[in-house]
Write a protein that binds this ligand. Sequence first.
Ligand code: PEP
Length: 249
Amino acid sequence: MRSKIVAGNWKMNKNLAETEALLAELSAKLPDTSAEVMVAPTYINLTSAVRHLESSAIEVIAQNMHFAESGAYTGEISADMLLNVGINTAIIGHSERRAYFGETDEILAKKVTTALSKGIRVMFCFGEELADRKSDNHFKVVESQLKNALFALDASSWSKIVLAYEPVWAIGTGETASPEQAQEMHAFIRKTITEAYDASIANDVSILYGGSVKPANAEEIFSKPDVDGGLIGGASLVADDFVAIIKAI
Ligand code: PEP
């Protein structure tokens, strides 16, 4: 079911003490909201974060997971390991994973399949690079990212998927897609899903925008009809900023 979501991707930031301090501040300042609020600390702090937020409405999610059940994959984390420490949602396909760790559409399709088979909700990230937008290829790129990683799924899988459209040129750059650009792409994504599946799946999926969302621009971006919230990087590391973004939804 489509819901409003604000998720913080902490990336490779915050040690254990800093993680606990930020979680404590967020819990204390969390506004009353019907939106789902999520944070994705680094792997090593997930267990502590889950314990810390036991009686909180904030969900702890993972930044990544491997597609294999278990085995010789040094440095990787499996779906079962996440479930075992109380994590039920994983970000898959973040542009930094694609750019720095060689994650292709094919690998991402495997990760999505594994996550769903284990009952893990997938927050699937995708988005075009600056060159794609400049050459007017952004719709084509986004369509192929969705098709290659998600469109082999059966219709029932979509209830466990959240989409996060993140134009690469807007991530961590301070440059944001305009609310109109975000709306245009989100509407295109729903149209593409309608064509591949049907309108009810397209209308039920939550589509988040990510890319330099800040307290100053969140409200306008979130006001667009096809934008159901945000995946927030830098601004989620500062409790007051993240809280202001939650309030904006
Ligand atoms: C992200 O990494 O998902 C992201 C949106 O980062 P930022 O908000 O810092 O652009």
